[in-house]
Design a protein around this ligand. Structure first.
Ligand SMILES: [Fe+2]
Ligand SMILES: [Fe+2]
Length: 154
């Protein structure tokens, strides 16, 4: 009985991390922002169907916002004394418009989870400027997810 409870408790506790580990995590976030930027450019061009007209324009807006997030993360990594990576995470494409939007939504939900965790870590390391920058990014990712959910009638 005690063992599973202990496991559960550890899973919920914010992992103690160093500034170097935080920089590593931010670099993974950055690679995902670059991937999202490119994925949205491709999806905005390829998506078809009258029901997707308004979301198509919105995907280009998302792409520009992911670009801004990449700039913010790159600057924050530099401020922390790290070197911003130029890696690009996996990009997902499809010939099916609905699947494209589902791929975008998966990315946004992942980003929301990652930034929630990252905000807690920034707080833990008393990096309040970073925390504020991450909160601003999180607000936009939540908007992105809502745009996609509404286009998918979710
Ligand atoms: Fe983003
Ligand atoms: Fe996003």
């Amino acid at each position: 009985m005690a063992k599973p409870a202990a496991k559960k408790a550890t899973g919920k506790t914010l992992r103690k991390l160093t500034k170097a580990q935080l920089i590593d995590e931010l670099n993974k976030d950055l690679a995902k922002e670059y991937a999202a930027l490119i994925q949205y450019v491709q999806h905005a061009s390829v998506i078809t169907g009258p029901q997707y007209d308004s979301i198509s324009a919105e995907l280009t807006v998302h792409s520009n916002e992911e670009h801004q997030h990449a700039i913010t993360l790159s600057d924050q990594i530099d401020f922390l004394g790290g070197v911003p990576d130029v890696n690009v995470a996996d990009i997902h494409i499809s010939p099916d418009s609905k699947i494209m939007l589902e791929q975008d939504l998966v990315g946004e939900l992942d980003a929301i989870a990652r930034y929630r965790e990252r905000i807690g870590q920034a707080e833990m390391l008393q990096e309040y400027g970073l925390r504020r920058a991450l909160e601003d990014i999180l607000i936009i990712e939540e908007e992105h997810a809502r745009d996609l959910q509404s286009a998918l009638d979710l």
